[in-house]
Design a protein around this ligand. Sequence first.
Ligand SMILES: N[C@@H](CCC(=O)N[C@@H](CS)C(=O)NCC(=O)O)C(=O)O
Length: 216
Amino acid sequence: MNELTIWGRENSINVQKVLWLCEDLKIIYQRVDAGMEHGVNKTPEYLKINPNGLVPTISDNGFILWESHAIMRYLLRRLPSNSSEISAYDSIYPREAKAGALVDQWLDWTNTVAWPAMRPLFWGWVRLKPEERNLQDLENSRQLMIKALTMFDQQLSFSAYAAGEEFTLADIPMALIAYRWFKIPIERPEFRNLNRWYSRVGERAGFKRYCSGPLT
Ligand SMILES: N[C@@H](CCC(=O)N[C@@H](CS)C(=O)NCC(=O)O)C(=O)O
């Protein structure tokens, strides 16, 4: 019987972080649609397991966890030590203190800087009707996003991936943000290192599944 349940709609960036990791590591799960038009996340039953009323939430054989980055880290830590995928743990989320801290640094940065810049742009262009858009707010967010991507591009000028020479957990949220950035109809400056990195992360199974098709 499948013990891992993931609540969350498939088009949510935070749910996609978890689904991408499952795709890359071939982790088996069942998914329950929740959020926006699916409802569920504001029901008393759901609020008992996630008082934020947000997605994703997981249950691993009764162990409940929310916050997408915490879930990603947990899914790696729970791999059995004799698993053939344990080597994935070492490179995707290194146990070595400094290498692991750099992954955490970039994961936190996506939540505190990159996504807050990108979210209003995504929401405005994808989820709002044209007459509901505030073009000045959208332009302010585009500028904030250019600032964030200038910094990320600089990082990528001396490392192949966000936190070093290997693909790590830190690349997943950033790739999902970049996918949205490249898909919305705005003017974008050229970021050469970002483009090179984007082609590399484009080879991952998770990217192929969750960074194709229209934004919804
Ligand atoms: N910090 C949380 C944020 C979760 C979050 O904001 N989820 C959004 C979807 S991306 C949500 O649940 N929105 C309400 C909805 O979908 O109804 C995480 O990383 O899991």
